[in-house]
Design a protein around this ligand. Structure first.
Ligand code: HEC
Length: 186
């Protein structure tokens, strides 16, 4: 067997057995590391009633408990902007785009106007936060995955997002509703 034959036989072997080639010690994929990969192992569930935000206690169970909470997010253009966007996604379907209880389902579901004195003056910011978190009689919960026995809820809105919505409901909605009414009159 001359050298040429040996080389071509070796090349042929490599070409025909790619699996073998990959299995060589220096062919290790960099993906195989000791680090923990996404979806590896059993994910730990979040503790009950935990809320993922800095500095806010996690042990509230009802609106009664959140009623006198102070809003930790200052009213700012940025907060109102975020609150407005979230309001249109999560609240407008039932309460109307500007909280005037004028959406097609408002009446069917019994949603109330949010620009009236009842919500604007009587309800505290903490109560509105609690309403978004735990839901109300008919209104769904947006801060707890399971509201009450037999009733569903979600944790779609983070604690911070809920406060942005509270800011918008209390400090942006009435103005936007007035502007919308004005636009209709013209
Ligand atoms: C599926 C329809 C629906 C959606 C979506 C909805 N609500 Fe409601 N909401 C209601 C209904 C119905 C009521 C009145 C009956 C009740 O209290 O459940 C209500 C009542 C309220 C009240 C008054 C609570 C009280 O103590 O009287 C507030 C404040 C409120 N909603 C805010 C919001 C905000 C903010 C959002 C968005 C995060 C929202 N709602 C989304 C249906 C809805």
């Amino acid at each position: 067997m001359n050298t040429r034959r040996i080389v071509s036989a070796a090349l042929l072997t490599c070409a025909l057995t790619p699996a073998l080639v990959w299995a060589w010690p220096w062919s290790q994929d960099m993906m195989n590391q000791p680090s923990v990969k996404p979806q590896e192992g059993v994910p730990k569930p979040f503790p009950r009633h935990s809320v993922p935000v800095q500095g806010i206690p996690t042990e509230y169970n009802s609106r009664e408990e959140t009623k006198s909470l102070a809003n930790p997010i200052p009213v700012s253009d940025e907060s109102l902007y975020k609150g407005h966007a979230l309001f249109r996604i999560y609240c407008a379907a039932c309460h109307g785009l500007t909280g005037q209880a004028d959406s097609p389902v408002t009446e069917k579901i019994g949603a109330i106007p949010l620009i009236d004195d009842y919500v604007q003056k009587q309800l505290t910011e903490g109560w509105v936060f609690g309403t978004i978190t735990f839901g109300s009689a008919i209104m769904p919960a947006y801060g707890v995955p399971q509201k009450r026995e037999g009733q569903t809820g979600s944790n779609d809105l983070s604690v911070e997002e809920r406060w942005h919505v509270v800011n918008y409901v209390k400090h942006g909605l009435v103005k936007d509703a007035a502007a919308a009414q004005q636009a209709q009159v013209k």
